[in-house]
Design a protein. Structure first.
Length: 471
């Protein structure tokens, strides 16, 4: 099967042909670490996590880079507001990012570089642009000359002349063109800085990704990705400075994910509809958040609402319920070729990573396996379906924990809004187990009866006693 990817640069789906046979190089813009991650950040990270997982499942040797912007105007502003320093702010939110993404079962990229650790490479690249007369220095600042790159605007479909005609008066009169952008910023009093040929300062936003992608992937690589909000100016500027500096193709395919809306409105702090990943994780299972964010095609916007996330949550419970049935029936996987539903899932993924359609095939497989288990048939199809569901789930990054543990956690969560004390339940179960050990069957039965009146059903096994809450 051939993989097709929608390339923002060409505006159409293209057959994916890697630059080097069986090797894929991918650079994705990571977060600017000045605040907690929101659900929009999570969508982008999860989309590219799934793309990375799929490439590996196809047998490609993937090198995946995702960066941290750890010096920026927003980071400096946050440091001033909190009477801290930029490094501490960046470190705090990088730690939060890892906490949130680990909880969402996001795999680490192969390299996760920070801008501040690549100042040498950034300075080298800026010098090259100055040598080529594509950049100029003014009072310690260095700007890229957009008119030096004749194809400026080709990614976003914008025309420089049209932009100039409609531009407002630029506040920095020193620039040769209002759209010239900063490669290096001179340090203001109290700001962090690094020494450069142009004086003390720090890198501009766009230059860091060109420098880091070149270091880890070379001057030309397969895929560059990020959110749609990065198409202009960030990725447009990356193309201009990289192609001008190295006379290379830079990235071959450009992939951009759509936004997350909240109840059909754009997510915004000013509207008060801003959802952090941590807040979401307090209410919903990580697999439910992943399934929700993958339930629309990655290029389309997705609307967060209680109804939509609850639908995803119900779907996750359906998958885990089946996994629990499989566990209870002692069905063991065997090495074998992919079945019908995994092939259909791959067909969907090969059409520009269509996870929405792929998830539909996952639930078709779940339905088919439940039917076979209901019929209590001894069929090799049971093993095939189990394997297909596990392979699909692994690519989607769900079904990430033991089903018994999933339902145990769910019971605790479900009891939060009910007049039932989960700690009391565990205490009673512990007392019952001790009674059984001493063969005090009357007391053990008494405790089971007490729990039954609380709508708690027990299940004893070789691994211990588990419980479920029955409405």
């Amino acid at each position: 099967m051939t993989l097709y990817i929608y390339n923002t640069l060409s505006g159409k789906k293209e057959e994916f042909i890697p630059i080097k046979n069986n090797r894929v190089s991918m650079y994705v813009c990571g977060p600017t670490v000045y605040d907690s991650c929101h659900i929009g950040h999570a969508r982008s990270v999860i989309v590219f996590d799934v793309i990375a997982r799929y490439f590996k499942k196809l047998g490609y040797n993937l090198k995946y880079i995702r960066n941290f912007t750890d010096i920026d105007d927003k980071i400096i502003k946050k440091a001033l507001e909190t009477k801290s320093d930029a490094k501490s702010i960046a470190e705090k939110y990088i730690k939060e990012f890892y906490r949130d993404m680990d909880a969402l079962n996001v795999k680490r990229a192969d390299v996760e570089p920070k801008a501040t650790e690549h100042i040498e490479e950034i300075i080298e690249l800026i010098n090259k642009l100055i040598e080529k007369k594509a950049a100029y220095q003014i009072e310690g600042d260095v700007y890229f000359k957009v008119e030096s790159f004749k194809n400026y605007g080709k990614l976003s479909g914008r025309n420089l002349e049209d932009m100039q005609a409609g531009a407002r008066i630029d506040i920095d009169k020193r620039k040769q063109n209002p759209f010239d952008f900063a490669l290096w910023k001179s340090a203001k009093k109290g700001e962090p800085f690094w020494t450069s040929p142009w004086g003390k300062g720090r890198p501009g936003w766009h230059i860091e990704c060109s420098a880091m992608s070149r270091k880890y992937l070379g001057e030309t690589f397969d895929i560059h990705g990020g959110g749609k909000d990065l198409i202009f100016p960030h990725h447009e500027n990356e193309i201009a400075q990289s192609q001008k500096a190295f006379n290379s193709g830079f990235a071959k395919y450009w992939i951009h994910n759509g936004f997350v809306n909240i109840n059909k409105e754009k997510m915004s702090k000013s509207l008060g509809n801003f959802l952090t990943v941590n807040d979401m994780l307090q209410k919903y299972h990580p697999d439910s958040i992943r399934l929700f964010l993958l339930s629309n095609h990655y290029r389309s916007p997705i609307d967060f609402s209680d109804e939509n996330i609850k639908r995803a949550d119900a779907g996750v419970e359906k998958i885990y319920s089946l996994a629990k049935r499989v566990e209870e029936n002692n069905i063991v996987s065997k090495n074998q070729d992919a079945g019908k539903y995994f092939k259909l899932f791959c067909e969907a993924m090969n059409d520009d990573f269509n996870t929405a359609k792929g998830i539909g095939e996952l639930f078709n497989a779940v339905k088919s396996l439940n039917k076979l288990l209901d019929e209590k048939r001894d069929s090799k199809d049971i093993i095939t379906l189990k394997n297909d569901i596990e392979k699909i789930s692994d690519i989607l990054g769900i079904l990430s924990e033991n089903p018994s543990l999933f339902f145990e956690k769910r019971n605790y969560a479900g009891l939060k809004d009910k007049d039932v004390d989960a700690e009391l339940i565990e205490k009673l179960i512990s007392e019952r187990n001790k009674a059984r050990e001493t063969k005090d069957w009357a007391k053990a039965d008494e405790i089971r009866g007490k729990l039954s009146k609380m709508n708690i059903v027990l299940k004893d096994s070789a691994d211990g006693t588990s419980w479920n809450f029955i409405n």
